[in-house]
Ligand binder design. Sequence first.
Ligand code: SAM
Length: 388
Amino acid sequence: MIIRRKAAAGSFFGGQTFFATTAKGVEEVLAREMTGLGLEGVTVEKGGVRFTGDLGACYRANLWLRTASRILVPLAEFPCDSPQGLYDGVRALPWDRYLTPDTTLAVECVLRDSALTHSGFVALKTKDAIVDTLRDRFGRRPNVNPKDPDLLVNVHLARNRCTVSLDSSGFGLDRRGYRVEAGEAPLRETLAAALVLLTGWDGTVPLVDPLCGSGTILIEAALMAMNRAPGLVRERFGFQRWPAFDAPRWRRLLDEARQAERTTLAAPLVGYDRLEDVLVVARNNSRRAGVERFISFTAGDVRDLAPPPPPGVILTNPPYGRRLGDEEQLKPFYGQIGDVFKQRCAGYTAWLFTGGLDLAKSVGLKASRRIVLYNGPLECRLLRYDLY
Ligand SMILES: C[S@@+](CC[C@H](N)C(=O)[O-])C[C@H]1O[C@@H](n2cnc3c(N)ncnc32)[C@H](O)[C@@H]1O
């Protein structure tokens, strides 16, 4: 069997390829973020974007990328259509660079169109190969800790090709650390950030979310407008427990990020929801994110919406059936949203994110752009309406 090891696996101080995963449809947005961050070798693929760099690039990607789900460090790629093939491929890697018998590990698997079909089995076989390698080297083996491992290994098996990576994020980058509570059907933070970036909102005009729920869209927008690194309040990243962790370098990056923050914003961010309870959650989340002074959250029905004077941007995510009630019942509500846009929001550009593709027709306005995105497995649309 031919095992292609990735360049400089294990010694990330030289050139190394990284793969940032993201939601389907967000790849181009993520690639633009990477280019803006000065990352090199940016290449768009399905479900993620590759880039190259050293350990510092990996840290910066984790700290700064708003739309990446995880930053993986691919170690090897090999053909794999049997348990033995998997075991041998994983066993061939230098695990003693990343683990000792006293550190813990966990394995996550994504399988698609392959001879091996059981992710639990693939994870187990991968783990066996890793701990056997360590036992041979040290006479003792590391333990598995599925909840809080020191090293998270990612196995991606698609059409009988296996990619083994280290997960430098450790857990999803959407878990920024500010959203401890949420209302119903909250948007993933990384998806909310992607929506804001897709609207092209640049912070110079008001941003309004009339159905703001726990405030994710506005909080992500405020983080962007004040140039705050989205990972700054996160509890930890996977790479912080790696043997190669360069703590002084990481501290320097955190200091630089803090110094890059703006303390005032050019335009207001405004959120409404009819539920006072959910607004309490939104305010708490915005406080934890350090952006509460930039966002006003007010109780109110969307029918009474009175946005600040135009121009401005509305970005909102109404309930869409599958999770929050029935599609048929929601049609008149989408009609009301359309009426509010027409009658109360002239001069604004409105963007509506929905998974109810039929519901969107009830808005009664012609969309000038339709962007296909996925919220998990659900196909959604981000629709733009120019309100003259
Ligand atoms: C899908 S949730 C928004 C989730 C939000 N994007 C988040 O990340 O938390 C839709 C929100 O619309 C609010 N809502 C529903 N009908 C409303 C109405 N007529 N006026 C104002 N808010 C309404 C609900 O209370 C709910 O919080």
